[in-house]
Write a protein that binds this ligand. Structure first.
Ligand SMILES: Cc1cc2nc3c(=O)[nH]c(=O)nc-3n(C[C@H](O)[C@H](O)[C@H](O)COP(=O)(O)O)c2cc1C
Length: 550
């Protein structure tokens, strides 16, 4: 699987698109579609139109137009990195269940990139006058408007914004939104809060030196590198080396044309320039992944010095905003295994089964579930709750521990656990001083939020779930099918099971009843009649009861 002209052994973005096409994960639209008003809203429907995650596709638009009546040769692809977990697994080259392991391996065994003389990303180089005026530079690119009606500009979203720490020389890549301002000027928005963008930390260092920050914005590149952008790697860790770990071989890199930054040689398109560290200018509104429109704030802007691209470049865009979205899937698939390995391997908490970051509408950061084995000591459950709430500054406003029989992706099951397995007076802690994420709340002190931790696990044995035993439900499902009734989509729980408070004696009684011998149970209860008990007294509270010596 050659990476075009550079012969990298790992797939480039074109190869990735071919694989998506081969596996039925790519829809190609040849009809004209307006990038300013139609393109993202069309793809949005697959997140708001009742289409299950497994059936979501990437979209490739080959006939892109705009609101000024212009058309573009460069196709636009939306949702090709991670509209569903399967697509992410195609990009990572491993089955979905091995994605977490692959991330861990790549981080533990990074492979440094190799520098090559030339790259396909430099087949077309635009500098100087090529960047000036209408239809040129950034204005000549098919950059879509993500949220028509609210966004103030077309935005680059599938970015690997690459900057260099001027003190250590290490490079960082982060996915940051970048809005067009002119044919040679764009906003680059790097989160400045604690735990925010590493690019912002670099910006602070250049600002101290009184220098502009060199920057290269890669838009579309081999998936192994593209997935590095949204991933929260420790500060100072070089994404290109971890990408090498994912690819299993060094990523080929070339030097940019006008800035001292190294970029993947197989990049589709690269915008080079210098980010101002003295002046900021208003940026946005832009509809954000926390589900609200980010209002106009002062942010950094970049003067573009070059745009380079492959001759056959495809313009990549990530669909983000209200979740679920491609942006939330790309983070969910990568963050959940990180959380699991943090709790299980770094904190050494045994009995952690899975960590779920709640996705629909809430966007992963606010509501977390830690699924634990039954019987895990309370102190370990609380270590897991504290650990999950503190790994990342902005993640973990509500953290809930549940057992394995509770499906955290099912809101009803979660309320069920809260309703029957947690006691607010005993099983809840509120922690102060959480960094704010999302729209401002005028009531908060210093803009801080807080955290609610809830232990909604079983605290003691409980009676079985009030549904027929599995064998009866399975027989009934077969009968249902034989009768030609409408297809079933079983919802958990769909059969009864024991939660510990149950006895062989009752099992035998239920068996007898199901076999038609309920009268034998009646004879037993007649033998146990007494005149010294009040209604609703448990049989187990009576001395000499049938369970006493068992
Ligand atoms: C589509 C998308 C857009 C994003 N936009 C921004 C952004 O504008 N600014 C930002 O700081 N982080 C943004 N993020 C989150 C960062 O990519 C993420 O926090 C990443 O870990 C940052 O990398 P860094 O820690 O190397 O800076 C975005 C993520 C995605 C998937």
């Amino acid at each position: 699987m050659a990476g075009a002209a550079n012969n990298g052994g790992y797939p480039d973005f074109h190869e990735h698109l071919r694989k998506l096409d081969d596996t039925g994960l790519l829809t190609t639209i040849d009809a004209p579609v307006n990038k300013d008003t139609e393109l993202h809203p069309l793809v949005r429907w697959q997140f708001r139109g009742g289409i299950p995650e497994e059936e979501r596709k990437a979209f490739k638009f080959t006939n892109v137009t705009d609101s000024l009546g212009r058309s573009y040769d460069m196709p636009v692809v939306v949702g090709a990195l991670s509209t569903n977990a399967e697509m992410y697994s195609v990009g990572m080259g491993v089955p979905v269940e091995e994605i977490g392991g692959k991330w861990n391996d790549a981080m533990a065994n990074p492979i440094d990139p190799v520098t090559v003389e030339a790259g396909v990303c430099h087949e077309v180089v635009l500098t100087g006058d090529d960047l000036q005026g209408e239809g040129k530079g950034l204005d000549g690119l098919p950059v879509p408007i993500s949220t028509p009606g609210y966004d103030s500009a077309p935005y680059l979203t599938a970015t690997n914004v690459t900057t260099r720490n001027p003190e250590t020389g290490t490079q960082n890549m982060g996915t940051y939104r970048a809005g067009l301002k002119a044919s040679d000027r764009m906003a680059v928005r790097m989160v400045s809060r604690p735990g925010g963008a590493e690019g912002h930390m670099h910006w602070e260092l250049y600002k101290k030196r009184g220098e502009k920050m060199p920057c290269a914005i890669v838009v579309g590149c081999p998936p192994a590198v593209a997935y590095m952008g949204p991933q929260k790697l420790p500060v100072g860790v070089e994404e290109m080396a971890v990408a090498g770990g994912v690819a299993g071989e060094p990523i080929q890199q070339v030097k940019c044309k006008t800035v001292d930054i190294m970029i993947p040689a197989e990049s589709e398109l690269v915008v080079e320039g210098f980010i101002d560290t003295e002046y900021l200018e208003p940026e946005a509104p832009f509809a954000e992944s926390h589900g609200h429109v980010a209002l106009e704030d002062y942010n950094a802007s970049m003067e573009v010095t070059a745009i380079t691209h492959r001759k056959d470049a495809v313009f990549t865009s990530i669909i983000s905003q209200l979740t679920p979205s491609e942006s939330s899937v790309i983070k969910r698939v990568a963050y959940e295994p990180l959380y699991l390995s943090h709790l299980r391997d770094s904190l050494g908490i045994k009995g952690i089964k899975k960590v779920y970051l709640h996705e629909p509408l809430t966007n992963l950061r606010k509501v977390l579930f830690v699924q634990v084995e039954r019987g895990l000591p309370t102190t370990e459950i609380w270590r897991a709750l504290y650990g999950a709430s503190s790994l990342a500054a902005a993640i973990g406003k509500y953290v809930v521990a549940v057992n394995e029989d509770i499906d955290p992706t099912n809101g009803d099951a979660v309320f069920w656990a809260l309703a029957y397995r947690a006691n607010p007076a005993l099983d809840v802690q509120i922690l102060k001083h959480r960094v704010r994420y999302g729209p401002k709340d005028p009531r908060t002190v210093n803009g801080e939020e807080s955290t609610l931790l809830i232990d909604a696990t079983l605290k003691s044995d409980m009676p079985p779930i009030a549904l027929p035993k599995k064998e009866y439900m399975e027989q009934a499902a077969a009968l249902w099918d034989d009768l030609g009734l409408p297809p079933l989509a079983p919802e958990s729980p769909w059969h009864g099971y024991s939660l510990g408070d149950w006895a062989d004696e009752w099992d035998e009684m239920a068996k007898r009843a199901a076999e038609g011998n309920y009268m034998e149970n009646g004879r037993r209860s007649a033998q146990l009649r007494r005149n010294d008990v009040f209604p609703n007294t448990s049989i187990r509270d009576i001395p000499g009861n049938p369970f006493e010596d068992k």
